[in-house]
Ligand binder design. Structure first.
Ligand code: GRF
Length: 223
């Protein structure tokens, strides 16, 4: 079994962003505080960078446009990450596809949040696609990153009911509110070494309460 997030400073975290950074903010504002060493963006204009700086968190920019190809960008990104010696790398709205080499380098120490209940709706425009598909339950997933996009081992999910009058925007907002609760909790579990990724890709989360309960949408009649 591979202990997730093992390495120098197991709890130290580097967050990668590309834009708004609301999940990053949820991580920076989590209490008790998570040990966030730095925030790195591939987009110089990412709004999240300012918010991180305001909180005194070191920031770096690795602009993908300044690199000739994906391997060179990933190598530059890895150099910046490794400068902080993190145990865990957290993708929070990071919109670049990573090379297999990059993913392998951080195997078991690289997590992502995706705005759907994977394996449903990998890729982009998840809320629009969920509405078109007519699903009654939608949500978000935190998973280990593997080379295949949005297909890595699932650590945790949070679900929301889809309302009959939902638009892409209202559904996105309801899912995002769940993301902001789910991601800090899961990152804490991983940073504390409570998440184990087995070689067969199965994930174990050591926590006190057993998984119980169910969610039905529309709600079932009381009997
Ligand atoms: C979130 O919906 C996240 O699930 C997805 O990209 C979005 C990023 O939003 N990977 P933000 O930058 O965290 O506000």
């Amino acid at each position: 079994m591979m202990e997730a997030a093992a390495g120098r400073g197991r709890g130290a975290i580097v967050i990668l962003i590309s834009g708004r950074g609301s999940n990053m903010l949820a991580l920076l504002d989590a209490r008790p505080a998570l040990d966030v060493a730095a925030v790195i963006s591939n987009e110089p204009q990412a709004a999240g960078l300012g918010a991180a700086r305001e909180r005194g968190v070191p920031t770096r920019i690795v602009d993908h446009r300044a690199h000739a190809d994906r391997p060179r960008f990933d190598a530059a990104l890895a150099r910046e990450i490794d400068g902080f010696g993190p145990g865990l790398i957290v993708l929070a709205g990071f919109m670049r596809i990573l090379t297999d080499e990059f993913v392998a380098r951080y195997g078991g120490r690289l997590v992502n949040i995706h705005p759907s209940l994977l394996p449903a709706f990998p890729g982009l425009h998840t809320h629009r696609r969920a509405l078109l598909a007519g699903v009654r339950i939608h949500g978000c997933t935190v998973h280990f990153v593997t080379p295949e996009l949005d297909r890595g081992p699932i650590i945790a999910q949070a679900a929301v009911a889809v309302a009959p009058d939902d638009t892409e925007e209202t559904l996105a907002a309801r899912v995002l509110a769940q993301e902001h609760k789910l991601y800090p909790q899961v990152v804490r579990w991983v940073a504390e070494g409570r998440v184990t990724l087995a070689p067969d890709g199965s994930v174990t989360v050591r926590r006190k309460a057993a998984a119980t309960g169910s969610l039905a949408s529309p709600p079932l009649d009381e009997v």
